[in-house]
Design a protein around this ligand. Structure first.
Ligand SMILES: Cc1cc2nc3c(=O)[nH]c(=O)nc-3n(C[C@H](O)[C@H](O)[C@H](O)COP(=O)(O)OP(=O)(O)OC[C@H]3O[C@@H](n4cnc5c(N)ncnc54)[C@H](O)[C@@H]3O)c2cc1C
Length: 236
């Protein structure tokens, strides 16, 4: 059993995983695709804006750059996480959580379960997401990245409070898109507890009220501090 299973390898999940590893916690970071680790919507990023610890370690791999492309940031963060032995990176889609004596079994579509004392949902804009790009409609959390419905339906079935959100932007070709997705109304700032699911937390864009990069990094930092400093207060 690992200390923490982090579901989702975006900014929130990666920043949290690295902070927990630095504090000696064992982590499985499970995400739908390892090709989209730390994906950012802006195609280029100023290094001075990268406030997260994972992003800073990543930027240090290209020390002369003032800007990184989205692709460079992704590959560097992935390399950083692979170098931290306390973080096990796993490519799978999480469908549901099953309670265990001391935590949860995180069940994946691929069939490999992960047992963890705590679970952190960092699934971004992927809960029941629908994306409209021009005339095309995709069930995607981001352009070209499929959003599977199982985890959303499982959360709904557990009466987890969920709130519908919409946002909009333009893709790299200037075509307008709109996106509908759902976010979890978690409790506390932190521990961002998911109501009704002891030992489960929600951070980043999948938490209501967290919509920017800075807020996402702040969520990961605050939850990491909470997990590192507090004993598990959940009752199973
Ligand atoms: C410097 C910087 C500036 C940025 N500026 C902007 C900006 O101006 N505007 C903007 O829109 N964005 C911006 N971004 C990107 C934005 O910050 C992030 O997209 C946002 O913080 C959300 O991150 P997240 O980790 O919560 O979610 P996401 O990035 O959406 O990551 C969620 C991850 O969870 C995975 N996942 C989902 N469901 C499951 C499941 N069931 N099982 C397993 N894995 C799952 C997904 O595949 C995805 O990889 C910026 C990023 C950076 C680095």
């Amino acid at each position: 059993m690992v200390d923490v299973a982090v579901v989702g390898g975006g900014v929130a999940g990666c920043e949290l995983a690295l902070r927990l590893d630095r504090a000696g916690r064992s982590v499985v970071l499970v995400t739908t695709s390892l090709d989209t680790v730390y994906t950012s919507e802006p195609p280029f990023l100023d290094v001075s804006e990268l406030t997260g610890v994972a992003a800073k370690e990543a930027a240090a791999l290209q020390p002369d750059a003032d800007r990184l492309s989205r692709w460079e940031l992704h590959t560097h963060v992935k390399q950083v996480l692979e170098q931290h032995s306390g973080v096990h990176l796993m490519q799978s889609s999480v469908e549901q959580l099953v309670p265990e004596t001391n935590g949860w079994s995180v069940e994946t579509w691929e069939g490999v379960p992960i047992e963890a004392e705590r679970v952190v949902l960092a699934v971004g804009t992927f809960l029941n997401a629908v994306l409209h790009v021009g005339r095309t409609v995709e069930t995607s959390g981001r352009l070209g990245e499929i959003a599977y419905p199982d985890l959303f339906h499982w959360l709904q079935g557990k009466d987890v409070p969920l709130e519908r959100h919409s946002d909009a932007g333009k893709n790299d070709d200037g075509v307008a898109w709109t996106r509908d997705y759902w976010a979890i109304r978690s409790e506390g700032t932190p521990p961002f507890a998911v109501p009704g699911l002891p030992g489960v937390h929600a951070i980043g864009r999948c938490r209501t009220g967290c919509t920017t990069y800075e807020a996402t990094v702040a969520d990961a930092t605050a939850l990491a501090d909470h997990v590192i400093n507090d004993a598990l207060d959940a009752t199973f």
